[in-house]
Structures are given as C-alpha cells and as structure tokens.
Design a protein around this ligand. Structure first.
Ligand SMILES: Cc1cc2nc3c(=O)[nH]c(=O)nc-3n(C[C@H](O)[C@H](O)[C@H](O)COP(=O)(O)O)c2cc1C
Length: 243
C-alpha cells in the first residue's frame, strides 16, 4: 500500500499537527505501508491560474513548472492520501488549499452524476483510494472542525475518493505542553499510531480509536485560562524587549 502525506503546518515537524501525524504515519509504516511525507512549506507550489490548460491544451498536465509535477505523480500512485493541516480561520491552511486547487489535472472535465450530484471522474492513470484528514486546532471544542470536515467530504466526492475519516485534535497546543511536563497523554499518541495500523490492516479506523485521539485533555476553563496567560506572558516579554 502506498501512502502520500502532506503536512501544511508552517511549523512543519515542530508543530502540533506533526504530533498526531507522526505516530499515525509510523503506525501505517509498521503495518507495511510505504509512506512518503511532504511539507508544503518546503515545496514550490504556485496558485492555480484557472485557465483549464490541464483539461484542454495539455490534458492531465499543468503548464506551470514547479514542484507540483512531483506531487501529482505521487498522488496518482498512492492508495491513501493523508492531508494534515492546522485549523486556520476555520478551514485548512492556505498552502494546503493551493495544493488541492492544483490537483485538478487528476480529474477530467466531463461532469457525471453520482447520487444525483455533479462530480468529475478520475483521469486514467490515477488510482482510486482513500483520503484521511489530520488536523488540530487552538480552540477547545471539537465542533471547530465541522466546516473543515464538510469541506473534506465534498473534496472526496468532487475528485472521486473515499473519505476514510479524520484524526482531530482540539485544544491541540495542550498536547505538546502536557507531554513536555510529563502529564499522561501517551494514550493519544498510541491511538494515532493504532489508527494508522487499523487503516492499513483493516481498511478503516475504528470510532473508539479516533475518539481517543480527540479526547478531552484538560477542562475548558483551565485550558482557556492557561492559553490566555501564555499569550499575556509572551506579549509582556516582547514589550519588555522593545524598551
Ligand atoms: C492564522 C491562524 C489562524 C488560526 N485560526 C484558528 C481557528 O479558526 N480556530 C482554531 O481553533 N484555531 C485557530 N488557530 C490556531 C491553530 O489551529 C493552532 O495553533 C494549531 O495548534 C497550530 O498547529 P501547528 O502547530 O501544527 O501549526 C489559528 C492559528 C493561526 C496562526
């Protein structure tokens, strides 16, 4: 099984998105998958120019010469696409959206009806398969992911891929802080790894495993108080340095 993953956090491997993505990909590797990971920050992916060259003049190819050619070739061959993004202003980060916009060479312009809904079929040469979302957010509540989930499910319909579920980490920044302070969060990392193994070995991730990934880490009042204190301390530190 081939897996291609993208982490669109500007913090790359040091961010909270990576804290969940890393064990998830390790779980897939341990179960025998071949995993390729890209950081969008390291890629040169320019915005789609919207002229449909890749559908008409050169079907299946974008005229722009940047890193998207390599990314498209990995996407074509992968059984599983893992899209990992921090929640930015209620959705995916900009670089991830730019990458998705540049995916349209993988589908054909013809519109077909599936379940009474328009979509584009996959272009020949692109494997069908699954898509997994990995995300974390700063706010405490799980429902902050709702717009992103709706969007991802729509993307899957649009590009003819199966939505296999999401590893979601609300109050994500707490995870790293708690880990550093020796607080018991090992079950969250273990569940992320288990989700990876389940996906490869059983073709799906169990609800229980995903719930553990998203479980409450700290009561909301305490989290909000702590977050506000951290920002206040940081603002004060920088104000002092500017003096
Ligand atoms: C520009 C920006 C927009 C954000 N918007 C939201 C948001 O709408 N909702 C939310 O819960 N968190 C939001 N956050 C917080 C991030 O999701 C949070 O800090 C996350 O842990 C970052 O993950 P990372 O360390 O992998 O980059 C935002 C952060 C930034 C920098």
């Amino acid at each position: 099984m081939k897996v291609v993953a993208f982490n669109s956090s500007p913090m790359m491997g040091k961010g909270s998105t990576a804290l969940i993505l890393k064990p998830f990909l390790e779980g897939m590797e341990k179960a025998g998958a071949e995993v390729q990971l890209f950081y969008t920050k390291k890629l040169d992916i320019r915005p789609c120019q919207g002229d449909f060259h890749c559908w008409t003049r050169h079907p299946g190819e974008c005229f722009q010469t940047d890193d998207m050619a390599e990314v498209l070739s990995s996407l074509r061959e992968a059984d599983v696409w893992v899209l990992a993004t921090p929640l930015f202003v209620d959705g995916m980060s900009g670089p991830m959206k730019t990458l998705l916009d540049r995916m349209i060479p993988l589908i054909v312009p013809a519109v077909e009806m599936v379940e009474n809904h328009s979509r584009h079929p996959r272009r020949e040469g692109t494997k069908g398969g699954k898509l997994v979302l990995v995300s974390n957010c700063g706010f405490w509540e799980m429902d902050n992911f709702d717009p992103l989930l709706v969007h991802m499910e729509a993307v899957c319909k649009n590009v003819d891929r199966e939505f296999a579920g999401a590893l979601l980490r609300p109050h994500g920044p707490a995870l790293g802080v708690m880990e550093k302070n020796g607080l018991p969060v090992g079950d969250v990392f273990a569940a992320a790894e288990k989700a990876g193994r389940e996906l490869v070995l059983e073709g799906k991730m169990s609800r229980e495993t995903l719930q553990t990934v998203s479980r409450e880490l700290v009561p909301r009042d305490l989290y909000v108080q702590n977050l506000n204190e951290r920002f206040d301390a940081s603002i004060a530190k920088w104000a002092e340095r500017r003096k």
